[in-house]
Design a binder for this molecule. Structure first.
Ligand SMILES: Nc1ncnc2c1ncn2[C@@H]1O[C@H](COP(=O)(O)OP(=O)(O)OP(=O)(O)O)[C@@H](O)[C@H]1O
Ligand SMILES: [Mg+2]
Length: 258
């Protein structure tokens, strides 16, 4: 089957620094893929290359059967590939409803249509009670939901989520995980997420790729990948690896793909 996203030998340099070094992977329709790796590994840069914020220095990117290499962020979003930003990127001086409408304007110029779609998303994501609030007056966890809701407003086929759980306490991580699962399972949106919260990655994703110093160093099921010596060395540390192995033994992950 043709993958929904195919990244082929992508390289991105900043001067002498190779932030993405010959990276290749594919994402099938309906997947929920995780991208992990230490700070500075090149994860956000990869999203920027895929979503058109950066021009790649080498390689090519295919989405939904088309070559999207070199398209702008707006053009990729119009094709159904939408990303969220690691640094919070909803507009604070708009209300929650207006923010979501901004996303909806990707596919319509009619205010009434954008408003109707925003209202549906508010309901689906169970944040309709927040609609009139200014985004910058909300707690961080609620702001993250607005970021996701605004991205959903663009009608994505695929969502690229860059650390949506950053800065959240464990209970909020659970909540945003449930929201991601809902978006994936019930809205049929293929998801690629970058995350440092490993418990979240292992619960949500059946496949992960690992970046380190701009290179892809591992790819596969989380249980296998997180036990790989290179990954342990690069990222997790021996302590985490031991703890993780113990937990897998005591409480195996479900074997379903969702
Ligand atoms: N616009 C830029 N100009 C110059 N260097 C950059 C730029 N963006 C990223 N880099 C560098 O590229 C490397 C990869 O950065 P990137 O932000 O992609 O890492 P990351 O894996 O997302 O890290 P984190 O987990 O901290 O978010 C880093 O060394 C970073 O300093
Ligand atoms: Mg990053």
């Amino acid at each position: 089957m043709t993958p929904m996203l195919e990244v082929k030998n992508v390289t991105k340099r900043f001067g002498g620094l190779v932030a993405n070094d010959d990276i290749s992977f594919a994402v099938a329709k309906g997947e929920l893929l995780g991208i992990i790796g230490p700070n500075g590994a090149g994860k956000t840069t990869l999203f920027n290359c895929i979503a058109g914020a950066y021009k790649v220095d080498g390689g090519s990117i295919f989405f939904d059967g088309r070559d999207i290499t070199g398209l702008t962020a707006h053009q990729t979003a119009r094709r159904g590939l939408t990303r969220t930003f690691q640094v919070y990127a909803a507009s604070g001086d708009l209300t929650v409803r207006e923010n979501i409408m901004v996303g909806c304007f990707m596919n319509t110029r009619r205010r009434s249509e954008a408003a109707a779609r925003a209202d549906k998303i508010l309901k689906d994501l169970q944040i309709d009670h927040l609609a009139p609030n200014l985004v910058n007056e909300l707690p961080i966890a609620a702001q993250k939901r607005v970021v996701m809701a605004t991205a959903i407003g663009t009608r994505p086929k695929m969502l690229l989520l860059d650390e949506v759980a950053a800065g959240l306490v464990p209970q909020e991580v659970e909540e945003i995980s449930s929201l991601i699962r809902f978006v994936h399972d019930s809205m049929n949106i293929t998801v690629v997420l970058i995350e440092h919260v490993m418990e979240m990655v292992t619960k949500l994703c059946r496949r992960v790729i690992v970046l380190d110093y701009g290179r892809k160093i591992a790819e596969g099921e989380p249980e296998t990948v997180l036990a790989t010596p290179d990954v342990v060395k690069a990222y997790l540390g021996e302590k985490y690896a031991r703890e993780y192995a113990r937990r897998v033994k005591e409480c195996p992950e479900p074997s379903s793909s969702k």
